[in-house]
Design a protein around this ligand. Structure first.
Ligand SMILES: NC(=O)c1ccc[n+]([C@@H]2O[C@H](COP(=O)([O-])OP(=O)(O)OC[C@H]3O[C@@H](n4cnc5c(N)ncnc54)[C@H](OP(=O)(O)O)[C@@H]3O)[C@@H](O)[C@H]2O)c1
Length: 331
């Protein structure tokens, strides 16, 4: 891998702007911006001081300065963009959820395998310092065996049937957009294990996407987890991890700035984050570190675990009979 890793940023919307800021703080170099419109790509590139602007994804892939593509477009195009990039031998950091369903993700991982390329789901929260500390506390057995996790992520989005979050054609809905955070946290704590059983409910709104969803997950050995998500109600977005010897509290865990360890009979320990920049710098650093070490996946967000989480979301949707239009066309 070259000393300076060249990034292409795909999509010019909300999250790409935030990721660009994090990338800069991580010392990364964006060499190309790509949009569906050449003009928007040019405008984005000139504002950010990025050398090349493309109005065509395939053309961007011919740019030899591009080593890794960051995909900040809606979920509905993650598979197409990732597979194209991987076939062009570019590494990929793909926004969460990295696909609409597990079948799509399987195809993406196969492309990464076939082309010996790096691929990672951009589950940025896992790389924040308080979450790194939580993994250490768990590994050190400070709270004993984990028995129960409760985690929520939900917000009250302004209703707009044409927005990404409410549009089924763009993979809208609470579960894929927000519910993936508690599910990913739960999976991280239970070591990437697949749940043995799931009981869930989703309530679909007028555009046909889920607006409120809850799931109870059974991990065996009397270990359980509860996750809730919403796009029409502001939840308390904390995570609690309860073990046989204590508990961990992560307030507002998606943007975790702190985590608290409460051991029975011990003083509380707090981890206050040295959260630098906007937090997206940590995942960018991880990608560049993996590329320099010649890895094809990150040990913190491995391929198999992204797939297990995707399968869990498929199972939750299946229990409520919720399919996306692209899946109905494929059926
Ligand atoms: N990690 C996080 O914290 C976080 C936060 C928010 C969102 N996300 C994820 O990031 C992705 C994008 O979310 P966002 O909120 O940034 O959405 P957004 O503001 O709508 O931006 C997405 C961008 O993708 C491009 N795009 C839109 N529709 C497209 C299509 N059909 N085909 C190809 N490109 C299209 C557009 O850029 P052009 O018009 O320039 O092509 C658009 O500006 C989603 O998967 C979401 O889950 C992650």
């Amino acid at each position: 891998m070259k000393d300076t890793i060249g990034w292409a940023l795909a999509g010019t919307g909300g999250i790409t702007n935030k990721f660009f800021e994090g990338l800069q703080a991580a010392g990364g170099r964006a060499v190309a911006a790509v949009s569906r419109s050449k003009e928007r790509a040019r405008e984005f590139a000139s504002k950010k001081g990025i050398e090349n602007a493309y109005g065509d994804f395939d053309q961007m892939l011919d740019d030899a300065d591009v080593d890794v593509v960051y995909i900040g477009a809606p979920h509905s195009v993650h598979k197409e963009m990732s597979v194209k990039a991987l076939k062009a031998k570019k590494a990929v950091l793909c926004e969460k959820p990295c696909a609409i369903n597990a079948d799509e993700l399987q195809a993406m991982l196969q492309a990464a395998r076939d082309n010996n390329c790096f691929f990672m789901e951009a589950m940025w929260t896992r790389y924040l310092p308080p979450l790194v500390k939580v993994r250490q506390w768990l590994a050190q057995g400070f709270i004993g065996q984990v028995k129960m996790i409760q985690a929520n992520f939900g917000f009250n989005a302004a209703f707009n049937p044409h927005s990404r979050i409410f549009d089924p054609c763009l993979g809208g809905g609470a579960l894929l957009d927000a519910g993936i955070y508690p599910l990913s946290l739960i999976s991280m704590v239970y070591g990437g294990q697949k749940p043995l059983g799931i009981a869930s409910r989703m309530f679909l709104g007028e555009t046909g996407v889920d607006e409120v969803t809850s799931a109870v997950l059974d991990y065996g050995e009397s270990r359980i987890a509860c996750a809730s998500t919403a796009i029409r109600a502001q939840l308390v977005n904390d995570a609690w991890i309860y073990g046989t010897k204590g508990k961990i509290h992560i307030p507002n865990f998606v943007w975790a700035k702190t985590a608290k360890l409460l051991q029975e009979g011990e003083n509380d320990q707090h981890c206050e984050s040295e959260f630098i920049a906007n937090g997206y710098n940590y995942e960018a650093q991880e990608v560049m570190q993996c590329l320099r070490e010649g890895k094809t996946e990150s040990a913190v967000m491995p391929w198999d675990e992204s797939l297990t989480i995707m399968e869990t979301m498929d199972a939750i949707r299946a229990q409520s009979g919720f399919r996306y239009p692209c899946e109905q066309a494929a059926a």
